[in-house]
Write a protein that binds this ligand. Structure first.
Ligand SMILES: CC(C)[C@H](C(=O)O)[C@@H](O)C(=O)O
Ligand code: SF4
Length: 754
């Protein structure tokens, strides 16, 4: 908490300043974390580390856990326990591990028998756990969703999850300020999903790298909270650290009376503070982008990166129109994977499956928007022959609300499968997957190779576009079903009613239970011995890669995220590229070829290495293979942090230098990376290549220092911060856990105005 600041600040600057526990060199600061969401995939190793070190969860009142990624979405009518319900052993083990950990460490948990269970980014806002002005983290990249409430919310890796559990703080480097302003009026059929796809198509998947994006403008102001969440959710696909939208009446109306939101006088005090959370007039942004709403029409992706967007009226691009050879190669590769011919009109692309769900688009408004399209198609509208379409609500409460409104009946009558809450076919860690070669219109956020199932092909669209596609059996322009006569057709369909979300938010959120096993309270200096492998000099032949946007799904696919360990992942590295899907034999991918099977360095000349998911399994698998250093033109923020947490060194160098190094690697020449000297020596007479690295990170890597042990040395500063926090923002002390339900149930002001 800084002294009074006089210069104009952005919303991000204000939240950053308010959370500084300790400032360090290199723009690094120890930030206090107000809210921590936990789920089964990225937490087992974190709890294990915590337990092994005899540490405890510092703020049980500020931590909330659920299961989402692995849970089956089949009917839970016969659900009694996880043991009998989750058939897949690794998925079951991960969910059971979380159940064990929440008991052992004493955490509030919405398990599978709790109707509040759901996707972690749906339940946080739903319960009022997410609030304006806070710092919120979760071991998941789409934590950016919560920024819709005017808070700083970002994804972290598993080691950082452990750090937050133990210290309630996170070490962060200040990002750049970026503002994207969307002005004008959205045309009919254009939704917030189209807006964010359009933005990503405009700035690219690396466009927001090292930045926090504030979304502003008349279009954003008019959006509901659900729509704002869809936009902030995909900030990660735009490469940003986080996305945020200044809180306003829409935010407050959504939050008021949610179980974990402040009540009574505390609410008034909180609201007065939240109203100050606006970017000041004259505040400086490092980058500004202006988007005209009139330019956006319903959008779909054609390729294997979220930036591969095209208006639905457009066609599949022709690689010949790309002059940059790396870009052209990546378009060719994407078209081959997607089995698409250049210049094919988007509306001619036939589908096998349609998926409506995920943390991007599984909230009540998304389901209403899809149902509206079905009704607008007229009585008797049916999912096209040969297409399987599923709807997966984001949480048990969204499901109940949708059922009370009659939306489930609209879906099932039209032939959609109505499921239980979870991440489902967004990444298919549960049984919901695409079969090889199947093509899907999906309301999710990632169209990476193999994302929804090995060999599966994904086209990202809005819920309205997905519903229209299901009926047409191919991608189609949803506007064909809307227009002036749509209201008449809708009126002749079944009568739906608007039900308030508050009718279902009636379960008290009880205070966290006492931990079953009280861990010893670690003393600040008890684990100072180095816990991370030291990095000094690494020498050898580097493995060269010529690809852009290498995502962490490609580095390690979903099936390997079910492990409870950090090791044993060497063969999982670049799995789909290294092993033949039919024979299981090694392919001739570069990592399988001599001498690269022994490489300790990887050099890539494509931008945005490690984009996508926050899975720390990506650096774990690289590490297990033997890679200690990665050189690329740019890195995704979370991936870069995750590598350093594991004693690995990411080096960013200009693209032409990376290309030169890949040539050296192809010629079988050795590189020597010297962290002390900050240079890459080439053993064949060429001049060394200097590189930059943050001083603090360099110090930690050279000495193998563990962030948690270092932070625990700052316990006094953390305690001091907590005392002030209780005085200035008392509602953040987990006071929502009163065990009481909301005193008043406000009316939902939203309408079925389509
Ligand atoms: C499992 C989790 C770490 C991952 C993420 O960070 O995004 C997942 O949610 C995903 O969407 O790939
Ligand atoms: S992106 Fe998909 S898998 Fe990841 S949290 Fe969201 S719904 Fe779950």
């Amino acid at each position: 908490m800084p002294a009074t600041v006089s210069h104009p600040r952005t919303l991000y600057d204000k939240i950053w300043d308010a959370h500084i526990v300790d400032e360090q060199k290199d723009d690094l600061a120890l930030l206090y974390v107000d809210r921590h969401l936990v789920f089964e995939v990225s937490s087992p190793q974190a709890f294990e580390g915590l337990g092994n070190a005899g540490r405890f969860v510092r703020r049980r009142d500020c931590t909330l856990a659920t299961v989402d990624h692995n849970v089956p979405t089949a009917s839970r009518k016969n659900l009694t326990d996880l043991q009998s319900f989750i058939k897949e052993p690794d998925s079951r083990a991960q969910c059971q591990a979380l159940e064990g950990n929440v008991k052992e460490f004493g955490l509030t948990y919405f398990g599978m028998t709790d109707r509040r269970q759901g996707i972690v980014h749906v339940i946080g806002p739903e319960e009022g756990f997410t609030l304006p002005g806070i710092v919120l983290v979760c071991g998941d990249s789409h934590t950016s969703t919560h920024g819709a409430f005017g808070c700083l919310a970002f994804g972290v890796g598993t080691t950082e999850v452990e750090h937050v559990l133990a210290t309630q703080t996170i070490l962060q480097k200040k990002s750049k300020n970026m503002r994207i302003t969307v002005d004008g009026t959205l045309s009919e059929g254009v939704t917030s999903k189209d807006v964010i796809l359009y933005i990503i198509g405009t700035i690219g998947t690396a466009g927001g790298t090292s930045s926090v994006i504030e979304y502003a403008g008349s279009v954003i102001r008019r959006l509901s909270m659900e729509a704002r969440m869809s936009i902030c959710n995909m900030s990660i696909e735009a490469g940003a650290r986080a996305g945020m939208i200044a809180p306003d009446d829409t935010t407050f109306d959504y939050l008021r009376s949610r179980p974990l939101a402040p009540k009574g006088a505390e609410w008034d005090r909180a609201e007065a503070y939240w109203r100050t959370l606006q970017t000041d007039e004259g505040a400086q942004f490092d980058a500004e982008v202006h988007i005209a709403a009139a330019d956006i029409i319903p959008t779909a992706t054609w390729g294997t990166s979220p930036q591969d967007v095209v208006p639905i009226t457009g066609a599949v691009p022709d690689p010949a129109s790309f002059t940059d050879p790396v870009k052209r190669a990546s378009v060719e590769r994407a078209l081959k994977y997607m089995d698409l011919t250049p210049n094919t009109p988007m509306e001619e692309i036939k589908l096998d499956k349609v998926f409506i769900g995920s943390c991007t688009n599984s909230r009540i408004e998304d389901l209403r928007s899809a149902a509206k399209v079905i009704l607008a198609a007229g009585a008797g509208a049916k999912v096209a022959d040969g297409v399987y379409a599923m709807v997966v609500p984001g949480s048990g409460l969204v499901k109940q609300q949708a059922e009370a409104e009659g939306l489930d009946a609209v879906f099932t009558r039209a032939g959609f499968d109505w499921r239980e809450a979870g991440c489902s076919m967004c990444l298919g860690m549960n049984p919901d997957q695409l079969a090889p070669g199947e093509r899907c219109a999906s309301t999710t956020n990632r169209n990476f190779e193999g994302r929804q199932g090995a060999g599966g092909r994904t086209h990202l669209v809005s819920p309205a576009m997905a519903a229209a596609a299901a009926l047409a059996g191919r991608l189609t322009d949803v506007r064909r079903l809307l227009g002036s006569d749509a209201p008449t057709r809708i009126a002749t369909g079944p009568k739906l009613k608007v039900v308030s979300a508050f009718e279902f938010l009636t379960d008290p959120v009880l205070p966290p239970p006492p931990p079953e096993k009280r861990a010893q309270i670690a003393s600040p200096s008890d684990s100072l011995p180095p816990a991370v492998r030291k990095f000094t000099i690494v020498k050898g032949i580097a493995v060269p890669l010529h690809m852009e946007n290498i995502d962490t799904d490609m580095i390690i696919p979903k099936q390997y995220l079910k492990t409870l360990k950090r090791t044993g992942l060497a063969d999982a590295l670049f799995f789909a590229l290294r092993w033949d899907p039919v024979t299981g034999e090694p392919t001739d991918f570069i990592l399988n070829r001599e001498p690269y099977t022994r490489s300790k360095i990887l050099v890539c000349d494509g931008e945005n290495f490690g984009c996508g998911s926050s899975r720390e399994h990506a650096p774990w698998s690289l590490n297990d293979f033997g890679i200690r250093c990665i050189i690329a033109p740019s890195f995704a923020d979370i991936f870069r942090n995750n590598t350093m947490q594991n004693g690995m060194l990411p080096i960013a160098l200009p693209k032409d230098v990376c290309t030169e190094l890949t040539r050296d690697a192809e010629a079988g020449l050795e590189l020597e990376v010297d962290l002390e000297a900050r240079e890459i020596r080439r053993t064949f007479g060429k001049p060394p290549v200097p590189f930059a690295v943050d001083e603090f990170r360099r110090h930690c890597l050279l000495n193998g220092l563990d962030d948690i042990a270092l932070t625990l040395q700052k316990s006094a500063a953390i305690e001091q911060y907590e005392v002030r926090r209780s005085q200035v923002w008392p509602w953040l002390d987990g006071l929502g856990y009163t065990g009481k339900i909301s005193e008043r149930l406000p009316k939902d002001t939203s309408t079925l105005e389509w």
